[in-house]
Every structure is written in C-alpha cells, then in structure tokens.
Design a binder for this molecule. Structure first.
Ligand code: COA
Length: 219
C-alpha cells in the first residue's frame, strides 16, 4: 500500500517529513507520492508528483491511501468528496509523540502532525481533520469533519466544533462551548461564548466580527 499526499504545499511537506522521521511511521506505507493539480507529472522532493486525474489512472483504491494536506477546511471538504467518489480510503497518520487517550475516537483521515498534541478522554475527532503540533483537545470534545486545528490551540472539555471550521493558532476555547460549522476562530482568540455557523470571531473576549461568506481563511 502506498500513500499519496494531496497537496505539495507547506502542510504536505510537513507530513512527508514526519512520515520519514519516525520509524513507527516509515514502515506503514511502501512509497510516498504527491498529488498536486497545479503541477505536471514529475518529481518533487525526490518523490513522484502528479495531478489527481493521473493518480486515478495509475492507482487502484486497493493500492493507495490518500492524506489530504491542505489547510483550508472548505478545500479539505472538496478534496474529501473527490477522493471518496473515486473509492479511495483516507490515510490516518498520527505522530508517535502525540498522546491520544485510549477512549478517544479518531475518524478516517485524521492527521496529527508532530509533537505534544493531546487528545483527551472520550474526545471524538471526525473524518479528515488536521491537527497541528501542540494542540490540546480536551475530554469529551467533538470535532466535526474537515476541520483544521492549528498549533497551540486549546479546546476545553465537552466543547463541540462543527464541520469545516478552522481553529487558529493559539486560540483558546472554554469548556462546554458550541462552535458552528464553517466558522473561523482567529489566531489567539479567547472564546468564552458559543459561535454561530459561518462566523469569523476574533479577540479577547472573542466577538463575531464578520460572516465567513467565501469560506476562506487564507486570502
Ligand atoms: C481571522 C483571519 C482569517 C482574518 O484574516 P483577514 O480577513 O485577512 O483579516 P486582516 O488580516 O485583513 O485583518 C482585518 C482586521 O482584523 C484584525 N485582525 C486580524 N486577525 C486578528 C486576530 N487574530 N486577532 C485580532 N485581530 C485580528 C486586523 O488587525 C485588522 O484590523 P484593522 O481593520 O483594524 O486593521 C486571520 O487573521 C487569522 O486568524 N488567520 C489564521 C492564522 C493562523 O492561525 N495561522 C496558523 C496556521 S499557518
């Protein structure tokens, strides 16, 4: 079984480096391939790179798992639908230095990058969620599909984050909070109250300052 990293940007390169750095991960897949729809077939960092259409021609769903390595939740959702329509399974990759409670649930395609992530007791992380280094996900937290949890984010116990939401770096979210879907929690926000769907929140205490109309974090 090979692994294809969908996205040859920063996230994709981080994932590749993690895959080759830890002996526990190195043996899980035979070969690494990059998928990038903006690149012609060729090589990238010594690996094959090709657009998705070419992957579908060359690899059967039985021979390949795909890791979606893009930071925009809306793009994660789009790519998830695309690869699922072609019958591929998502690769779940967890840094061996993360602490995942035995009672936590990780969905298909969860990627936990590098060190010091904590996923606490009975937390439930949906499919296709990307969690960056040093994020803390409290007990009984529920994270919906396609979310991105940035470095040093803190999510307090029993909080719920609905699908396609972006949690910025070093944001802190109080316990028992409901965060809507397609929402952006800005870098460093201190979230003390529930956040509705499609909102952008900022500051300390965090306030809803705009609509996430175009569903884009990185402009
Ligand atoms: C929320 C966010 C998406 C807004 O981005 P944007 O729409 O491009 O907004 P701008 O940078 O143009 O800023 C708009 C205003 O909000 C303010 N602002 C932006 N981000 C802020 C933040 N995190 N906290 C407080 N204020 C912020 C800006 O100072 C600016 O204020 P002004 O109009 O008074 O000058 C972005 O700030 C953010 O937090 N992105 C996530 C970053 C991150 O977590 N990266 C880690 C992974 S690489």
């Amino acid at each position: 079984m090979d692994i294809a990293i969908y996205g040859a940007g920063g996230s994709g390169r981080e994932l590749e480096e993690m895959l080759v750095s830890y002996p526990e991960l190195r043996g899980l897949w035979d070969d690494i391939i990059f998928i990038d729809d903006t690149k012609e077939q060729g090589t990238f960092r010594g690996y094959q790179v090709m657009p998705y259409e070419r992957i579908v021609e060359l690899y059967s769903p039985e021979s390949l798992e795909i890791a979606i390595a893009v930071g925009e939740p809306a793009s994660r959702e789009l790519l998830l639908n695309k690869v699922k329509n072609s019958g591929y399974k998502l690769a779940t990759v967890v840094c061996p230095l993360a602490k995942i409670s035995k009672s936590a649930y990780l969905g298909e395609g969860v990627i936990i990058i590098e060190k010091n992530v904590l996923v606490s007791e009975d937390a439930h992380i949906g499919d296709n969620v990307w969690v960056n280094a040093n994020a803390i996900i409290g007990h009984d937290v529920r994270i919906g599909n396609n979310c991105q949890i940035s470095s040093f984010a803190f999510i307090g116990g029993r909080t719920r984050v609905d699908e396609n939401t972006y949690i910025g770096a070093a944001a802190a979210i109080r316990e028992n909070i409901q965060i809507g879907h397609d929402t952006i929690i800005s870098m460093g926000a201190i979230v003390l109250k529930d956040v509705r769907d499609y909102k952008i929140v900022m500051g300390n205490p965090a306030r809803e300052i705009a609509e996430n109309k175009d569903r884009r974090v990185f402009k």
